[in-house]
Design a protein around this ligand. Structure first.
Ligand SMILES: Nc1ncnc2c1ncn2[C@@H]1O[C@H](COP(=O)(O)OP(=O)(O)OP(=O)(O)O)[C@@H](O)[C@H]1O
Ligand SMILES: [Mg+2]
Length: 251
């Protein structure tokens, strides 16, 4: 991977993506493009469809219609493990860790597919353990390796989840509210991590309500309102866009 911040290669894109729950169009004919190599943000008011969009892209939910493309390949409706295999990793809005497993075990089970079975059989390869320790070191919680995940602070659990995502070596990382419920010191660490990983060539799509973080971190911002994009561009353009102010403030 090489740093591609200035490139204009399309990474992840959707065309007419739609998903309804009963009468609610959570994602409504959304056509969005995220450039490869960038730190992209996806923002919008509560309930505007950001998480549902993530779920459709990563195969957790099958869209009603529309398509998802990743670097020129149609990935619409693929199962989550196949999306992961295509190079897309994700975190969850409500952090997903196994409370009674240790920190190290959590990173090991986060690996794709067979790893959980392998872990249950007790045969973890030394190489996997080394890689897991490496990512724990990278996110700054390697000293907690033997702690049970439930004893970590919420922010530390977010870092643990990120270490697990990184075990699959995704080239594109989708984070759903990485700073939500996290204390300011750890928010700074998460921001530094994202910048560092991006400098190494990883693309990000980040859903986040912390506007200070979004504005300082992202190269490109897409704004959702009622399931569809209403604005996109550099952070400074988006923050002053009248349609965005209206969506957030109702003015
Ligand atoms: N599984 C579901 N069943 C029914 N309705 C759902 C489901 N998931 C989401 N919705 C509805 O779809 C809409 C979009 O929800 P979604 O969670 O995608 O929004 P969001 O932008 O992620 O919001 P937030 O910023 O609060 O996380 C909301 O009206 C929500 O109530
Ligand atoms: Mg959400």
């Amino acid at each position: 991977m090489t740093g591609t911040r200035t490139s204009t290669e399309v990474g992840l894109s959707t065309d007419g993506l739609t998903k309804s729950f009963g009468g609610v169009r959570a994602v409504d004919a959304a056509s969005v493009t995220f450039q490869h190599g960038r730190i992209n943000a996806l923002i919008g008011p509560n309930g505007s469809g950001k998480t549902t969009f993530f779920n459709c892209v990563t195969g957790m939910i099958r869209p009603d219609s529309g398509t998802v493309d990743y670097r020129g390949t149609a990935i619409t409706g693929r199962a989550p493990h196949r999306i992961a295999a295509a190079g897309i990793g994700r975190s969850f809005q409500l952090c997903r860790t196994f409370g009674r497993l240790t920190v190290l075990e959590n990173v090991l089970v986060a690996q794709r597919d067979r790893s959980f079975a392998r872990l249950l059989r007790g045969s973890r390869s030394a190489e996997d353990v080394d890689r897991a320790r490496g990512w724990l070191h990278r996110v700054g919680i390697d000293h907690l390796e033997h702690a049970e995940a439930r004893d970590l602070s919420y922010g530390q659990q977010k870092l643990l989840e990120l270490a697990g995502v990184l075990m699959a070596e995704p080239e594109t990382i989708m984070l759903d509210e990485p700073a939500g419920g996290v204390n300011p010191a750890l928010i700074d660490r998460i921001a530094d991590l994202v910048r560092g990983l991006n400098a190494e060539g990883r693309t990000f799509v980040i859903v986040e309500h912390n506007m200070e973080l979004v504005m300082s971190l992202s190269d490109h911002v897409v704004v959702f309102d009622r399931g569809r994009p209403i604005a996109d561009g550099p952070p400074d353009d988006v923050r002053t866009d009248p349609a965005v102010l209206e969506a957030y403030l109702g003015v």
